[in-house]
Design a binder for this molecule. Sequence first.
Ligand code: FES
Length: 276
Amino acid sequence: MISLTIDDKRVEVEEGSTILQAAEKLGIHIPTLCHHKSLAPYGACRLCLVELGGPRPMLQASCVFPAQEGLAVQTATERVLRTRKVMMELLLARCPEVPRIQEMARELGVEESRFPKKEDDCILCGLCVRVCEEKMGVGAIDFVGRGTEKSIAPAYDKYSAKCIVCGACKVVCPIETVDLARITDKEPRPIRSEFDMGLGLRPSIYIPYPQAVPRAAVIDPETCIHFRSGVDGVCKSCVNFCDAGAIDYEQADETQELRPISQRGLQPRVRAHSLC
Ligand code: FES
C-alpha cells in the first residue's frame, strides 16, 4: 500500500492507483471530463489538475498521475483553481452552446470565455473513440485531422460498416453530444422490457421486475455486448462500477424449487401478549 496526503488528509491506496482514485477514497471531489472508470487514463481535458508539493510545486492531471509514497497533494490552491478556470474557458470557447459545458463552467466560476468562440459540440476528450476501441474492440470511429481541424469521425467520414450500434460512444460522452446518425446508418435496437410487455425499455443488466425474488440483477446474454461478442476481453464495463464485486460472468442460470416455510420444519413464530 502507498500512503500519501491529499488536502492534508492521509490516505492509503494500492500501488498503481492514481491521485484521482486516492482523492475519491477520501471523498474529495475533483472535476473531470475525459476520465471514465472503465477506460485507461488519457489526460485530455486538464480539468482534474492538482498541485503536488515538494521543493518545486507543480501541477499535474490527477487522473493520470500515480499516487506515490509520501506525496503531498493539494486540490484547491489558488494556482489550481486559476488554471482549471483557464482550461474551462478553452472548453467553453470551443463548445459555447453545449449545456453540460455551460453548467460546468458555472460550477467553476467561469462566466465568459476570453478565447475566440467556435461552434463545436465535441471537446475531443476521446472517450467515444477509446470505448469503441478498448472496450468493444470495434474501432468504428477515430480522431481525424490535425490542430484546429481535429475532430472525431468514422473512417473517410463515411458511415462505418464496423459499427455495431451498441451505443457505448453515446453513453460515455460526458457532454451528451454524440449523434449515432453521424456514425452509422444502422438503426439502434432498443431493448424492450418483457415485464412491461414491450411498452418500456430496459438495459442489458437489470432486475427483471420490481417484485422479483430474490431481488437481484441479471445480465441478459442476448443483448450484453460481452456475451454477444464471445470474446473474453470485450466490454465487461459493469465490473468497474460494481463496488461489491458481485459481477460473475461464469455464473449459469439455475432453477431452484423453494418449499413453503411450513414444509421446512420451522415452527411459526408466536408473539406472547401480556394480559395482566
Ligand atoms: Fe484528468 Fe481530463 S479528467 S485530464
